[in-house]
Design a protein around this ligand. Sequence first.
Ligand SMILES: O=C(O)C(=O)C[C@]1(C(=O)O)C=C[C@@H](O)C=C1
Length: 370
Amino acid sequence: MSSRQDKSDDEALAGARERIDTLDAQIQALIAERAGVALDVARIKTARQRTDFYRPEREADVLRRVAERNEGPLDDATITRLMREVMSACLALESPLKVAYLGPEGTYTQAAVYKHFGHSVRAMPLPAIDEIFREVEAGNADFGVVPVENSTEGVVSHTLDQLVGSSLQICGEVALAVHHHLLSKSVDLTGVKRVVAHAQSLAQCRKWLDRRLPGVVREAVSSNGEAARRVAGENQAAAIAGRAASEFYELPMLASNIEDEPNNTTRFLVLGKQKVPATGDDMTSILVAIRNQPGMLHRLLTPGAEAGVDLTRIESRPSRRQAWDYNFFIDLEGHIDEPRVRQVLDAIESQAAMLKVLGAYPRAVDTSST
Ligand SMILES: O=C(O)C(=O)C[C@]1(C(=O)O)C=C[C@@H](O)C=C1
């Protein structure tokens, strides 16, 4: 390249950097101004003795509009994630949120917390799902995040069972693409003599393990974060966990994306005490107790079909009240405050021994997780 060409490239680069510096200063000033307005919002709420600093319906609305406005070159999920973090920082100025989640650090549930609330929350890892319910019920945490279903492994029955007796509301949902990695201090696969993971993750990577690590001992533990913690001090063991665990426990990725099903997604619920107003794109979750009788399922499903309200999930669990007595967990599209949804719930209730609304909440907004 000629030196004249070098010089003009240098000038173009300096010019572009100058534009970036100017834009950065403007973005920074605007973020600071936005934070100032969030503080005004906090003052208004405080003056009226309101404690609803976090407003899931407003956040969903803001983030959906970010995606609608987006014309690239960043994709919708990326620009939304950046705005998610700005809003998270603004909310932390108003009142920092405490969010309990299924720990330890490095679990997918932790990743779901940050995806939903941004990184400016105080995330509190707890060892069991029932403890998360208890801490939120007791007011020691503002919200809780628990896994509820996985696209390959099905429901997390502990979570469904806890919802039966809890006074908490479902305030939101998070969908997280789950990528499993093999984390280990071993230099190669032949050095791995033991694989540690949550039983669901072992199942989700079974074909890969059969092929690449045949005969190697598989050990199930309470979470993938726990698996990573256990193998962090060993050279001959590997954990199956996500990127967050790799970073947190400084465990190299010996193999990445080892899940058998590439579209593996886990859905998490956000639990809290507040009822969330409608946004226009919502879900309602209900629990229905019903006696096992002929035609029972048909009677449960007909009201939704007749009113054009989609039932997106129906899950049955033994009620534990009596043999062959069932609880059904049903997700419907729409918000309980919409008359057509209310009508469907009334019709279902008339067929059931009991109907409990578990929550109505904005449908997950797609932001890419870190
Ligand atoms: O609109 C509000 O109520 C706010 O508190 C502001 C704001 C925001 O930064 O946009 C912050 C937190 C809420 O969860 C929702 C939105």
